[in-house]
Design a protein around this ligand. Structure first.
Ligand code: URA
Length: 216
């Protein structure tokens, strides 16, 4: 099957620019932000990522009646799927769920194999992805290993296109995705400076999963 993935050769990278996005991102970065504010800030920030990622959704015209007259409106096809990379990806689900009509959800859990050091999945539950707009939610793009693995997994099912949504992206992770998956679109709220020696993003926000779920 010939689809979108075979045409696009240079990864499209979009960094959102908006003062409200900066406000919610500041809440996420601040180590003194409490759990409630952290979660609601992640949720609100997800709307900005989703609005950008859905700019090119296909619509068809429909005829409707306002209280005054007939007019035309749009219908969004039911062909989108959001996939959370566990567990931090769960923090971005609000935006997709609230904004994209009839979206389906999938989940991928990725971990490093202790013997081979290669990423592998410990959980996979996906709806039908054939010819779908797929939005992969992976808030922290650090080395790019788990996002690259999630994209590879999704590609096996022949989606129409893939958008990866991240809160913070490190240059190292961006390079890896560019190299491995030039046919996707990466949408991020911030491109940060670098990774530290423990593969944390700097300045970053610490461990997204721990901060979302109150674990340490
Ligand atoms: N994952 C996180 O949660 N934070 C980082 O800085 C890098 C990976």
């Amino acid at each position: 099957m010939i689809n979108y993935l075979m045409y696009s050769k240079i990864m499209e990278l979009i960094e959102i620019s908006h003062p409200l996005k900066d406000h919610y991102l500041t809440n996420l970065r601040d180590k003194n932000t409490d759990f409630d504010t952290f979660r609601t800030s992640a949720s609100k920030l997800s709307y900005f990522l989703v609005v950008e990622a859905t700019k090119h959704l296909t619509t068809s015209e429909i005829e409707i009646n306002t209280p005054l007259t007939k007019t035309t409106g749009v219908h969004i096809e039911n062909n989108s799927v959001a996939i959370s990379v566990l567990r931090a990806g769960l923090g971005l689900m609000d935006g997709v769920q609230q904004l994209i009509p009839n979206i389906s959800f999938g989940y991928i859990g990725v971990q490093r194999n202790e013997e081979t050091a290669e990423p592998e999945n410990y959980y996979e539950k996906l709806p039908d992805l054939v010819n779908k707009n797929v939005f992969i939610l992976e808030p922290m793009l650090a080395t790019g290993g788990s996002l690259s693995f999630a994209i590879e997994t999704v590609k096996k099912y022949n989606p129409k296109n893939i958008h990866a949504l991240t809160v913070i992206s490190a240059p190292e992770g961006i390079e890896k995705i560019k190299e491995n998956h030039p046919d996707i679109t990466l949408i991020t709220a911030s491109i940060d400076e670098k990774l530290d020696e423990n593969w944390y993003i700097v300045p970053g926000l610490g461990d997204m999963g721990d901060r979302l779920f109150g674990t340490t």
